[in-house]
Design a protein around this ligand. Structure first.
Ligand SMILES: Cc1cc2nc3c(=O)[nH]c(=O)nc-3n(C[C@H](O)[C@H](O)[C@H](O)COP(=O)(O)OP(=O)(O)OC[C@H]3O[C@@H](n4cnc5c(N)ncnc54)[C@H](O)[C@@H]3O)c2cc1C
Length: 320
């Protein structure tokens, strides 16, 4: 095994993938490379130095914007230079497109939505992948090198940085003039819900009948110091909250996840599998959420939520 190359423009995600890459490279005695592409990349390079054996940097003014065609040239050049057996790419919107184009350019296989990675005795990459919108898991083997795997945030845990500092390899690459001309850039109105980093999340599903009823959840949230999440219909259909959790939304990994009126479909469950403790409140004893919960409360959320708030307020009062 020659090496493992890890790219994501999202630093946090790249560090998670480098942590997984470290585990694979330790088992295979392969070199672990972090790839950093862009203009003004010093900060990013400094952050991956203690997570890899070598950092390959491709820095160029023309790489200021995320132009997938130009970035693909960068990845291909890095591959030519270090000839890795495995390439891990972060599944951001940009990363997914970059991975597909890189695979086409290298005539390599590309496995998306990977949730576990291993190398078999022949050096092939084995991946468990979510398929059919997350309702099933397929175990697949990539047999053509370099093996490309695309992985979402919070699938793998970020490890502590090593004390070893990576060497830096600077690559000079030629990039043709971009075929895309950016006419205007506008900040996306973004509500930073902080769901991905939250240690406690209380979440709403369609068990909530009206938008105003979410005030109950907000009250609980302020007592617990938690973030508020929801299922896709609450956000995408009703527009009651900004971001949802699940396969097409945020993937979360809190210490405590409390689900109110959530049925626990596979699409939602895919986003909460990293939670340490799942508590669910549902009035239907056959609700699937109970199967993935550590604690289940069978009942009407409109009774249980106010009761929980009352008890927690009392506890807080006696504590203070
Ligand atoms: C391609 C695709 C991607 C998707 N991605 C996502 C995703 O990322 N995240 C996501 O969440 N969904 C996603 N969905 C939607 C998903 O399939 C479900 O429709 C959704 O998760 C269901 O949300 P829910 O649990 O809020 O609603 P429901 O399934 O309607 O469940 C509501 C639950 O509330 C309970 N309930 C009702 N009233 C009360 C009460 N008073 N007290 C207590 N319990 C009560 C009911 O028993 C029920 O179990 C996706 C769908 C598709 C097709």
């Amino acid at each position: 095994m020659t090496g493992i190359l890890v790219y994501s423009e999202d630093l946090d995600l790249q560090l998670q993938l480098l942590s997984k890459g470290r585990e694979l490279s330790n088992n295979l005695a392969a070199k672990l490379y972090a790839l950093v592409i862009g203009s003004n990349v010093e900060g990013h390079v400094a952050s991956v130095l203690n997570y890899s054996d070598a950092v390959i940097t491709i820095e160029n003014k023309s790489l200021e914007h995320y132009d997938v065609e130009l970035y693909k040239i960068g990845v291909v050049e890095a591959v030519k230079r270090v000839n890795p057996d495995v390439i891990l790419i972060g599944a951001t919107k940009f990363g997914k497109e970059l991975a597909a184009r890189t695979a086409a350019a290298l005539d390599a296989g590309c496995m998306t939505e990977c949730i576990s990675l291993n190398i078999d005795k022949e050096g092939n990459l084995l991946a468990e992948r979510l398929i059919y919108g997350g309702s099933s898991i397929a175990l697949e083997k990539s047999r053509r090198k370099p093996h490309i795997a695309v992985i979402s945030k919070n699938i793998f845990k970020r490890l502590e940085p090593s004390t070893k500092v990576a060497e830096v390899l600077r690559l000079d690459t030629d990039h043709p003039k971009s075929k895309v001309q950016i006419l205007e850039k506008r900040e996306k109105s973004k509500s930073d819900t902080g769901l991905e980093e939250a240690s406690i999340i209380v979440a709403a599903g369609r068990g909530f009948k009206k938008k105003e009823d979410l005030d109950l959840l907000r009250e609980l949230s302020s007592i617990l110091g938690s973030k508020i999440g929801c299922t896709r219909p609450i956000s995408a259909d009703n527009g009651w909250l900004d971001e949802w959790i699940g396969i097409s939304g945020k993937k979360v990994k809190p210490r405590l996840y409390i689900a109110f009126g959530i049925s626990g479909t596979i699409q939602h469950a895919a986003g909460i599998r990293g939670s340490q403790i799942i508590v669910s409140v549902n009035q239907d004893e056959a609700a699937g959420i109970f199967e993935i919960s550590d604690y289940g409360i069978l009942g009407d959320l409109y009774t249980i939520l106010p009761a929980l708030i009352k008890v927690l307020k009392k506890v807080k009062k006696t504590e203070s």
